[in-house]
Design a binder for this molecule. Structure first.
Ligand code: 1GP
Length: 263
């Protein structure tokens, strides 16, 4: 259900918005506010995850979020301990900008059986860290270096390799709370190289920044910190996202190049 939604939106040139919730920072009141705001402005997904997550607390708040919104919640796990069958799906991340084998395949082997048992729909995701101007939790926790911000060609080649390996989504992330969001030049370079749906997040705190990412070719943007500080920003942000469209590239009109809808 997730990939077809992304593919249909991409075919129509329609942009999408995801709100990242860190379960460790959640409270019932913050989730209730987000749920209300999500209903007012259109939110397409909640992403659920963080670098350090207290699993019982996460399960409690995820149940609560599911009770106050119908927006699909996708796990965006910072570790193998963050699986939860209450979610609607799982971004199965392979950290392809890094060279840590555990995050390329090791942890996946550890939890493969558990994911199958849970019946969680997965989205095989090429996760690419781009330098956002300061060390982030994810680069520290993963023990990997992000791709330098001024090397769009490396980001593009990394995304292309991910596509060639059969991944179904590319996520460019400057890291939560990044000083600088992923630059339009990097987004454009990646967009020009791949046909997969493209997610961009990290450091998006203004509508202008969101618009730049979308205009450069992001299909879906992810915002976390900016909304933690002010959930009231959500309707205006959603309006920016849903008011932005891009012409559909001719190659996308051929069904041959579209991801196969399996989920
Ligand atoms: C981080 O892309 C997300 O993985 C969101 O980042 O919290 O900076 O919006 P922010």
């Amino acid at each position: 259900m997730i990939l077809p939604l992304l593919s249909r939106a991409r075919q129509a040139g329609r942009k999408l918005l995801a709100v990242l919730v860190d379960p460790d920072k959640a409270s019932r009141s913050s989730l209730r506010t987000l749920g209300e705001q999500a209903a007012r402005g259109r939110v397409d997904f909640f992403f659920w995850g963080g670098s350090l997550v207290n699993q019982p607390q996460s399960a409690y708040y995820l149940r609560y979020l599911k009770s106050v919104t119908e927006v699909p919640v996708l796990l965006f796990p910072g570790s193998v301990y963050q699986l939860d069958e209450q979610a609607d799906g799982l971004l199965l991340l392979s950290l392809i900008s890094g060279r840590n084998p555990e995050l390329l395949i090791g942890h996946h082997v550890t939890v493969a059986g558990r994911i199958k048992q849970m019946g969680l729909p997965t989205v095989p995701t090429g996760y690419i860290l781009i330098d956002g101007g300061k060390p982030t939790s994810v680069s520290y926790m993963s023990g990997t270096m992000p791709i330098p911000a001024d090397k769009p060609a490396i980001a593009a080649a990394t995304a292309l390799a991910g596509e060639q390996l059969g991944l179904r989504l590319i996520y460019l992330d400057a890291g939560s709370g990044a000083l600088n969001a992923v630059s339009p030049a990097t987004i454009r370079a990646v967009r020009a190289e791949i046909d997969l749906p493209l997610v961009v997040g990290g450091g998006i705190r203004t509508q202008e920044c969101a618009r730049h990412a979308l205009d450069a070719g992001a299909d879906l943007i992810v915002v976390g910190n900016g909304l933690e500080k002010d959930a009231g920003w959500l309707p205006a942000l959603a309006e920016t996202v849903h008011g932005t469209t891009t012409p559909v590239p001719a190659r996308l009109l051929s069904s041959r190049s579209l991801p196969t809808p399996e989920q």
